[in-house]
Design a protein around this ligand. Structure first.
Ligand SMILES: [Zn+2]
Length: 299
């Protein structure tokens, strides 16, 4: 579903949100492309409706649900260029890396290679970082909002924040008490960055990667920050001289995050590991190798 967020920014809402920024000469900047060919097809229809053709597809990070439509859209619009941040670009070019890292670097279980976790490969024509850009007569900022993904970017165009997965909608946070994280400290810093922009009046409305667009951007950022701190406290409390998997079991039980499939289990395991790494950095937990097990203890 297309929703207009400003004169030239359109949100394409779905299970994962994408955005279309109108440029000069019927061109567009497409921000993320959805999870697969089917999603790409719907975006193409939306672009047709707006009478726009993408000149750039910005893949904000390398999770399959955000760039899985790239390959299809590039077949439809061969002149389009894909932009992506460093590190993320490598995974977008070689999507097998996502299930591989979720399985500790080993050959992944087949359940981890579904389209939800392994998209069709896409070229990346330009590796981009945070900074000011101009494209087709429109200026915009790419923001370093790393954390959910190692080099996640968000877009600020006019006063619209295309947050992608640097912010989750309230309903998504309710449903997933441990939203995927690769770097918890990075996420907290990123939320500070976004709150700073809100305080300076640079952001009127925001589109999270999953959930509804909102004008209560400061509140949404605060909600995300609280969710991170709450989850960190639950993980910390579970560190009673037990192994990583015990921490995972205790923390997900405490938060009512039921794991019924191998994909969700491994996503949560990576997320819990990100929390443990951050808590150790903050000196709130320690880890030690004992009899072949890595045990975590709160300090
Ligand atoms: Zn993501």
């Amino acid at each position: 579903m297309l929703v207009q967020l400003s004169e030239r920014v359109h949100a394409f809402l779905g299970g994962v949100n994408c955005a279309i920024v109108q440029l000069e000469d019927s061109r567009a900047l497409l921000v993320d492309s959805g999870q697969d060919k089917e999603h790409g097809r719907k975006i193409r229809k939306a672009l047709n409706e707006l009478e726009l053709e993408p000149s750039v597809i910005l893949s904000t990070h390398s999770h399959a649900d955000h760039y899985g439509g790239n390959a299809y859209l590039l077949r439809q619009f061969p002149q389009a260029q894909v932009w992506a941040p460093e590190v993320e670009a490598e995974i977008i070019r070689a999507p097998a890396l996502e299930p591989i890292y979720l399985f500790h670097g080993a050959k992944p279980l087949p359940e981890l290679t579904s389209k939800w976790l392994q998209a069709e490969a896409s070229p990346v024509h330009r590796v981009v970082g945070a900074g000011e850009y101009e494209l087709g007569g429109v200026g915009f900022d790419l923001l370093d909002v790393r954390g959910h993904a190692h080099r996640q970017l968000a877009v600020l165009v006019d006063d619209v924040l295309l947050a992608t997965d640097s912010l989750f909608g309230a309903a998504t946070l309710d449903k997933y008490p441990f939203p995927f994280s690769q770097d918890v400290g990075g996420q907290l810093d990123s939320i500070e960055t976004l709150l700073g922009l809100v305080e300076k009046g640079h952001v009127r409305t925001a589109l999270p990667g999953h959930g509804e667009p909102t004008e209560a951007v400061g509140e949404l950022a605060e909600l995300n920050r609280r969710a991170l701190h709450d989850a960190a406290s639950v993980v910390e409390a579970a560190c009673q001289g037990v192994g990583t998997e015990d921490v995972l079991a205790a923390a997900t039980r405490e938060m009512g995050a039921i794991m019924t499939d191998l994909a969700r289990y491994h996503l949560n395991l990576t997320t819990i590991t990100a929390y443990l790494g951050w808590l150790r950095h903050e000196a709130r937990v320690t880890c030690s190798l004992e009899e072949g097990r890595l045990l975590w203890r709160r300090t």
